[in-house]
Design a protein around this ligand. Sequence first.
Ligand SMILES: C[S@@+](CC[C@H](N)C(=O)[O-])C[C@H]1O[C@@H](n2cnc3c(N)ncnc32)[C@H](O)[C@@H]1O
Length: 184
Amino acid sequence: MREFLLQSRTGYTSPDFRTLMDAGRLDIVYQCALMALFKSAAHRNDTIFHAVLNGPPTPPVHIQISGAELRDAHIDERSWEKILRNILGGKSHPGIVVDKTPFQKLIKQKSEAGYTIFVLGDKGDPISDQKLSGNMLFILGDHVGLPRNDENFALRYGTKTSLGKEKYLAASCIDIVNYYIDQA
Ligand SMILES: C[S@@+](CC[C@H](N)C(=O)[O-])C[C@H]1O[C@@H](n2cnc3c(N)ncnc32)[C@H](O)[C@@H]1O
């Protein structure tokens, strides 16, 4: 299983927003979910995407989306705006679970479950040196990056892993990691 965890510092935790971008950059959550879970004309059935939202009014909110179980989801932003508004408003959607698990607790749970943890950052060890197999969790920050205390916490459980010296969009990082694993 491959899993991705996005720490969204500002993503809104209520359905009251005009656009995803206005909602504390929920557009990044949408872009990352798209890159994590969709291939051309198919879902990635071995992949789960997590986002922990830390914006107003009731943080944290943990969203877990399973590629194998996701239904009724197209790839366009308008569809995901509707899905995110619905689930933040308490409605259900097939393949999506919403709870209050905080970022650090989720990492601890995954480590205890035997996952290999990679903390994505441009100054880490090259991903090409890593063994990419088994249950893996890849952690990344939003447009601002991972807060120092969260990164330090995650590094107690995992390895800082780089995709190169350029700084990429969070969604691009997920796409690159998926490509590496697909080749492995
Ligand atoms: C848009 S970047 C954040 C940029 C932010 N200004 C910073 O310095 O962290 C979002 C996330 O993508 C990941 N990332 C970006 N470039 C990377 C790279 N070259 N290698 C590994 N991870 C990268 C990191 O996890 C980062 O927190």
